[in-house]
Design a protein around this ligand. Structure first.
Ligand SMILES: [Zn+2]
Length: 229
């Protein structure tokens, strides 16, 4: 039985085995999408897509045909702070990948673009989506919940005030955990093995028994990815 559920991990950059972990492996571009697809296994779901940071240098027509081989689409979305591509081009890429998803979950990056990303998902009638490392407006959390979408809590929750406020405000039914593994943050390489610490922190803040919290997250994860454990 899996104990730890990683909703967002750049697994193709790590390529290690993580026993007891169930991992959603996201991609950034064409090459990592190919790599990720080749890593599918019992505890690894595979996602393909073009990250907003890569939109300016990636050909979308190479990635779209890979979507039907994937379990979900991601990491895709919008980034109004760091991306080099224009907002219009980011939106065009995001929408094309959603159209091609045909009901699959969308694993969303939406830094400083939370409302726009949410509205695009709604406009395209997306049923399942995860806002990864959610640090957006607290007022949007009810809409995310209403739409049946999820947010994932990142290792930064132990020190990032904005993310802590989100954790305190969000309904339990929309919470997932993620490592954003493979990504280096503040000089540390993130990994799925950071998740146990997130759970300890969450159970303390939420005042919930850790095993109970793990069951909630497992159920949320199953609904999000439309799988059963
Ligand atoms: Zn990521």
């Amino acid at each position: 039985m899996y104990k730890y559920f990683d909703a967002h991990c750049h697994y193709s950059f790590l390529r290690k085995r993580y026993e007891g972990y169930f991992i959603a492996a996201v991609s950034m571009d064409y090459q990592s999408s190919l790599d990720t697809l080749s890593l599918k296994s019992d505890n690894i779901l595979v996602g393909v897509g073009i990250h907003p940071w890569r939109v300016h240098e990636e050909d979308i027509n190479r990635v779209l045909p890979l979507i039907n081989r994937a379990d979900f689409v991601g990491e895709v979305g919008l980034d109004y702070r760091f991306a080099k591509a224009s907002r219009d081009l980011q939106i065009a890429y995001f929408e094309r990948q959603i159209e091609e998803s045909k009901g699959k979950l969308i694993n969303v990056h939406a830094l400083d673009a939370w409302e726009d990303a949410f509205n695009i998902l709604i406009k395209h009638n997306v049923k399942r989506a995860i806002f990864h490392w959610y640090t957006g407006p607290l007022t949007l959390l009810k809409d995310i919940e209403g739409a049946g979408y999820f947010i994932s809590i990142n290792p930064s929750v132990t020190f990032q005030k904005k993310h802590q406020n989100v954790l305190e405000k969000a309904d339990l039914r929309i919470l997932l955990t993620e490592s954003d593994g493979g990504y280096e943050y503040r000089g540390k390489l993130l990994e799925p093995t950071d998740i146990p610490e997130i759970l300890i922190y969450m159970s303390k803040v939420l005042g919930l028994d850790e095993d109970y919290l793990i069951r909630i997250i497992r159920d949320n994860y199953a609904r999000a990815f439309s799988i059963s454990f």
